[in-house]
Design a binder for this molecule. Structure first.
Ligand code: UDP
Length: 462
């Protein structure tokens, strides 16, 4: 696991295994330990570190041990290549520990063979739900994008329930300048088919049609154990999840408590998106014009409070005092989304954020950018019907792309926060949120699927 959006749910999953009485060891490299330790909290989960290959071997600067520290395209490819060198140290740990099962991220395709060497089953964890997994599999298999004549012509995703349409512009683009990433994705797919199965970060009631399709039509072995973020029950656990927050949790809660139930919109674009000044300015103006109280997480230039940011409109911070809270850096997202005063979420539709928004009972503005986020956006707007699009149509990678204007943002925020449609969406989201909580309780669908996983592993061992 290498990116925050992969590391954090993986740790949640480890905590879930631990809470069900299993012995768990997390294998990582030294520089990722602080984030993991914070997120583990009080659980007695073992962390075993292996050495990340040295800069002489990787061509990376010192300190690049996760994809967040290697976001520039040239570093990213080197980083991906470097992770292949983790194979030997991982095998050494497997030999020492002899676990009953290895759960590893999709970007470690070689770990299926590593585990097989020691007769250990490998399970893949993408951190995704069934809908994006099904779309990815169907597009990979049928290549409908090769049958359209332009990037904007819609096509139906073949062999997928629900008449889902996409365009070529919305599909993940593999960097052209290097084949390493494309090859890694290919290997990831092949290794998934050879692995023991897949753990989905989802719950059955959210997407029964796609859970069944993935298993029965696409023939994949899978267990749904999510939402894994629900293993964070106490406020403190939610506040400590991931990186260190850039805001004191008590201050944040105090601010939220001064608001009406469901009145606040939370705006955050995941752990990696850094918008340019022009886009930030439009977001600021759009939020102000909507007149909806907001918490807005800005990754750019995490400046200390009170300091002026050149991308903010003149006098913005004075005008929004009490009405808007800007968090520069890292926000305790799950804690915020779970608060009763938060009723809406403007999201980039990373699957974790998507699911965390569902758990928090939020209606959502979908603003997808990269990865499989356009699929997740479709899921929110067309399948579960708790989201509306901001109108972006093109896969753009992290940041960049065409600037979404203030008026569009204002309209979208009002649409999910004010009026009958907003209330309907939020009520639906709240129902899903309640189902999610039941799914992970004793006897719930995710709880029971965990038992199936353990039974499967036991029967394999005999
Ligand atoms: N996150 C957070 N605070 C932030 C930004 C992100 O806690 O300021 C967490 C969020 O709760 C989620 C993860 O980081 O669990 C981001 O994963 P996601 O799949 O939504 O997006 P990615 O960052 O992978 O694009």
């Amino acid at each position: 696991m290498q990116a925050n959006g992969h590391i954090i749910p993986c740790i949640d999953l480890a905590r879930l295994f631990f809470s069900r009485g299993l012995k768990v060891t997390i294998i990582t490299t030294h520089l990722n330990v602080p984030l993991i330790s914070r997120t583990i909290g009080k659980s007695k989960i073992n962390i075993k570190t292996i050495q990340f290959p040295s800069p002489q071997h990787t061509g990376l600067p010192e300190g690049c041990e996760n994809s967040e520290s290697a976001l520039a395209p040239d570093k990213f490819i080197k980083f991906m290549k470097a992770t292949i060198l983790l194979r030997e140290p991982l095998e050494h740990v497997l030999q020492q520990e002899q676990p009953n099962c290895l759960v590893s991220d999709m970007f470690f395709p070689w770990s299926t063979d590593s585990a097989a060497k020691f007769n250990i089953p490998r399970i893949v964890f993408h951190g995704l739900g069934f809908f994006p997994l099904c779309v990815l599999a169907c597009i990979r298999q049928y290549k409908p994008q090769e049958k359209v004549s332009s990037y904007t012509e819609p096509f139906l995703v073949p062999n997928l329930p629900g008449e889902i349409t996409l365009t070529k512009m919305q599909l993940p683009q593999v960097p052209q300048h290097d084949k390493v990433f494309a090859q890694l994705l290919e290997e990831s797919n092949e290794s998934e088919l050879k692995s023991y199965g897949v753990i989905a970060n989802s719950f059955y009631e959210l997407e029964p049609v796609y859970a069944d399709h993935y298993r029965n039509e696409l023939g994949r072995k899978a267990w749904h154990l999510g939402p894994v973020s629900l293993c964070n029950r106490e406020t403190e656990e939610k506040a400590c999840r991931g990186r260190e927050s850039s805001i004191d949790e008590h201050e944040c809660l105090k601010w939220l408590q001064s608001k009406q139930p469901n009145s606040v919109v939370y705006v955050c674009f995941g752990s990696m998106t850094v918008f340019g000044d022009a886009q930030l300015k439009e977001i600021a103006m759009g939020l102000e014009a909507s007149e909806v109280p907001f918490i807005w997480v800005v990754k750019k230039g995490a400046k200390s409070e009170g300091e002026k940011s050149e991308w903010l409109p003149e006098g913005f911070e004075e005008r929004i005092k009490g009405k808007g809270l800007i968090i520069r850096g890292w926000a305790p997202q799950v804690m915020i989304l779970d608060h009763e005063c938060v009723g809406g979420f403007v999201t980039h539709c990373g699957w974790n954020s998507t699911l965390e928004g569902v758990c928090g009972g939020c209606s959502m503005v979908t603003w997808p950018m990269y990865g499989e986020q356009f699929y997740n956006a479709k899921f929110l707007s067309d399948v579960v019907k708790i989201g509306v699009g901001v109108g972006v149509q093109t896969w753009i990678g992290m940041g960049g792309g065409e600037v979404v204007k203030k008026d569009v943002i204002e309209k979208a925020v009002k649409r999910i926060m004010v009026g009958d449609e907003a209330e309907e969406m939020r009520n639906r989201a709240k129902e899903f949120g309640n189902m999610a909580k039941r799914a992970v309780e004793v006897g719930g669908s995710s709880y029971n699927d965990f038992n199936s996983l353990i039974q499967d592993l036991r029967s394999r061992a005999h």
